[in-house]
Design a protein around this ligand. Sequence first.
Ligand SMILES: Cc1ncc(COP(=O)(O)O)c(C=O)c1O
Length: 421
Amino acid sequence: MEDARIKILSEVRGLFPALSEKMNGEPLVYLDNAATTQKPIQVLDFLGDAMVRSNANVHRSMYELSDRSTTLYENAREKVRAFVNAPGRENIIFTSGTTASINLVADTFCRRLGPGDEILIEGDSHHSNIVPWQLAAERNGAVVKVIPTDVMLGAGRSGRVAFEMLDQMLSDRVKILALTHISNITGLVNPVGDIISKAHARGIPVLVDGAQGIVHEKVDVQAMDCDFYAFSAHKIYGATGVGVLYGKTEILETLPPYMGGGDMVETVTYGKTTYAPLPLKFEAGTPNFTGAASLTPALEFAEYLREGETGCVLGEEEERITSFMTGALTSDPDIEVYGMADGLKKTPIFTFNIRGVNAGDLAQLLDKMGVAVRSGLMCAEPLINSFGANSALRASFAPYNTLEEAQVFIKCLQRAKNMLL
Ligand SMILES: Cc1ncc(COP(=O)(O)O)c(C=O)c1O
C-alpha cells in the first residue's frame, strides 16, 4: 500500500519539472495552486510542439499549417465539451480566463437590466465575480446584492455562505445569480446544484464561477443545470491566458456579441454586420489558439489524475493532507483558520492568520525555507475584511502535493512564527 503510494506520487511528481526546482537553496514546496498550477511535461511538450509545427492563425486560411492549428484548437473545444459534459461545441466559448468569461456574461446579459433590477452574488466571491457585476449594474441602475456569510451575520467565523437566506433573497427583482463553486479562500464546496434548482424555480438564470471547482470537483454542467460555468486553463495544468465559458445555447443565443472584430462575423458592410453562429460569435479576434489547444493534454492529464489506481492513491493523499492540515492549524491557539464549517465538503485550500503576525512577513520567511504560499487579500477583499483582517496566508494544495510537503509546511510555519512572535 505504502509502496504503491510512493510509486504513484513519485511518478506523478516526476512529470512536473518545476517541482524539482530549488528556491533559496531549499527544495520547492509549491502550495499556491489555487493561484495557478504547475504544468506537466505533456502540456509543456505540447505547447512547444504546437508552436513549432502548427503555428498559423485559426479558421482563416486554406493551407495545411492553418488546418493543423484549427484542428488543435477545435479538438480542444471538443475535449472541454466532453470534460464538462456540455451538449455541444457551440456551448464552449474560449476566453482569456475566468475573469474574461464572467465579464462577458455580466456585460452582455445585464444590458437588458434596468433600475431596481437585482444581481445576486455571494459573500465569499472572488473579485472576478463581484466587480464585473458592479460595472454592469452601474451602467443601468441595477443593484448588486450579496448573500451574506456567517461572519457577516455574526453567526460564525467560517466564511460559509448563509444559503438559508436564499428563499427570502430570491425575489422577482433578481435577474441573475452569480455563484462560486468553491471559494478560493475557504475551500468550501458550495451546494450549487440545490441553489440552481431554487433559482430556476423562480426563472432566474445562474452563472457559476468554477475557477476552483473545475480542479477539485467532477463538473457535469448538464447535471448541475447551470446556465453559465466559467473557468481558467492555467489553474488546471493548461496555459495561461485561456479561459472557458460554458453557456446554454438558448441563453447564449439571446445575448449580443461582447466584442467585435475578426472571426465573430458572418458578413460585414459599412452599414451593418451579421454575426457568426455560436460559439464564434463570442470569439472576436485572434484567440490564444496555442494556449487554448493546450487544454487537450491538460484535461487528459486531469482525467489521468482522477482515474484508476492513480486517482485512488491521490484521492486518499488529499484526504490525509486535509485532515493533517485541519488538525495542525486548528490545534494551535495562536491561529485562526477560516473555512471550517460543518456540513460542507472542504477542499485542501487553507486560509488563516496567526494572531499578532503579519501574513506577508510570514510568507517571506516561508519563501526563504523553499515554501511558496500566497499572502494578502487573495482577490477577495470583502471576505478577508469581514474576518477583521486586512490580509491572510493561504496554502492551497494540488493532487501532486504530498503529506510530507504538508508536514514540511507546518514545521516551517512554526519556525517562522517563533521568529516573528
Ligand atoms: C474563485 C476564483 N474566481 C475567479 C478567479 C479568477 O481567475 P483568472 O485570474 O484566471 O481569471 C480566481 C483566481 O484565483 C478564483 O480563484
